[in-house]
Design a protein around this ligand. Structure first.
Ligand SMILES: CN1CCN(Cc2ccc(Cn3ccc4ccc(-c5n[nH]c(N)c5C#N)cc43)cc2)CC1
Length: 230
């Protein structure tokens, strides 16, 4: 999978060189290319923003650099998916990640200021599938944090990136429920004991206990995930 990121803060994504995704990149499983949007400006000040038509607070990102940047990163791509993190987007979920991991070429357009000129989204739709996506119902200062989270959520689903694929199945949200609690040695720590069922060796009973824990946690913390509550 190829991932292109367009941002005015390219160093923000340096962390992608380390950890899991760093190894995946080295192994050729992920081809992540981060670009400075200012590469596609042509004035002395490398301007990417201007005042909003119709008035209003703050600045809006100019369409010209975005148009040239999107042309450049999609020029040898058949049908990219172009994701613009946005507070006005669909909420990104594990289901979204599973959907996006099937894509050959993902482009993330990270906005700043008060957002990107709306015409950029219309133009981008002539280059590929456009999806405005939100990390959640709170306001960030730009799209980089959201893009980083989405890249990690999608990247770890690429076959071979996570060592043990089984661990991808028993995760929160994979089966629509929150994950069960996990424990490791020692069996007793500062007066806290591991639930005895987990030491029983009775795998059927352990599986049943874990499922019950998932249901109980989901009812307590995320009733909205339960069937019939959407
Ligand atoms: C006319 N006014 C009407 C109110 N808006 C509100 C507004 C719009 C953007 C920003 C800052 N910002 C710029 C690019 C950008 C991308 C993603 C996100 C983002 N925030 N929260 C998420 N889950 C995000 C994600 N993913 C924020 C971003 C701040 C405030 C401004 C214009």
């Amino acid at each position: 999978m190829r991932i292109d990121v367009l941002t005015i803060f390219p160093s923000f994504f340096d962390v992608l060189e380390v950890s899991l995704l760093g190894k995946a990149r080295s192994a050729g499983l992920l081809d992540v290319r981060v670009h400075d949007l200012r590469e596609w400006t042509h004035d002395r000040h490398r301007t990417v923003d201007d005042t909003p038509y119709g008035g209003g607070a703050g600045m809006v990102m100019k369409p010209e650099p975005w148009g040239e940047a999107l042309d450049a990163v999609t020029q040898d791509s058949e049908r990219p998916v172009i994701v613009f993190p946005s507070p006005a987007g669909e909420v990104f979920s594990q289901r979204t990640a599973r959907d996006l991991v099937e894509t050959d070429h993902l482009v993330f357009g990270c906005g700043r200021y008060e957002g990107i000129d709306e015409r950029v989204f219309a133009y981008a739709a002539t280059l590929g599938e456009v999806r405005l996506m939100s990390l959640g119902d709170y306001v960030l200062n730009g799209g980089e944090v959201a893009a980083m989270a989405m890249i990690e959520a999608v990247g770890r689903l690429v076959p071979g990136v996570v060592g043990n694929p089984e661990s991808l199945v028993e995760e929160s949200h994979e089966d629509g429920l929150l994950e069960y609690p996990s424990y490791t040695k020692p069996s007793s720590w500062r007066g806290y004991d591991v639930p005895p069922i987990l030491l029983s060796g009775n795998h059927g009973a352990i599986a049943a206990w874990r499922r019950e824990q998932q249901v109980q946690r989901t009812i307590e913390r995320r009733p909205d995930l339960l069937p019939g509550n959407d």
